[in-house]
Write a protein that binds this ligand. Structure first.
Ligand SMILES: [Zn+2]
Length: 110
């Protein structure tokens, strides 16, 4: 959907935000970069939620349900908004609803 056949009709630009539930291997990332180049997707980013513990403030680059440092389940998640990371709990109410509907692909789906 973000290849040249589609984005050539957009006058305001286009950016693919590829939401992934976990990091890929180097080879998997390389394959996606090849697909993007072949299809003419000229601007995109990978977005894998980081976990931040509200109790001990540990930040992990993975999307987790429990803090690996203290075991707390009082967690928040950091996700990319354009070029920077932001806590999902700091989103507006409407944006939090939208964030809950986001689909994060697993490597088997990519
Ligand atoms: Zn913790």
């Amino acid at each position: 959907m973000h290849g040249r056949k589609y984005i050539e009709h957009l006058t305001g630009g286009s950016a693919l935000h590829m939401n992934l539930d976990e990091h890929l291997t180097k080879e998997q990332y390389a394959e996606l970069l090849k697909v993007a180049a072949r299809e003419g997707c000229n601007y995109f980013t990978f977005n894998i939620p980081n976990t931040v513990c509200n109790d001990c403030e540990h930040i992990d680059k993975r999307h987790l349900a429990k803090c690996p440092k203290c075991g707390s389940e009082n967690l928040d998640y950091l996700t990319r908004i354009i070029g920077y990371m932001k806590r999902v709990s700091n989103f507006s109410a409407a944006r939090q609803k939208e964030a809950a509907r986001r689909h994060y692909a697993t490597p088997a789906q990519v």
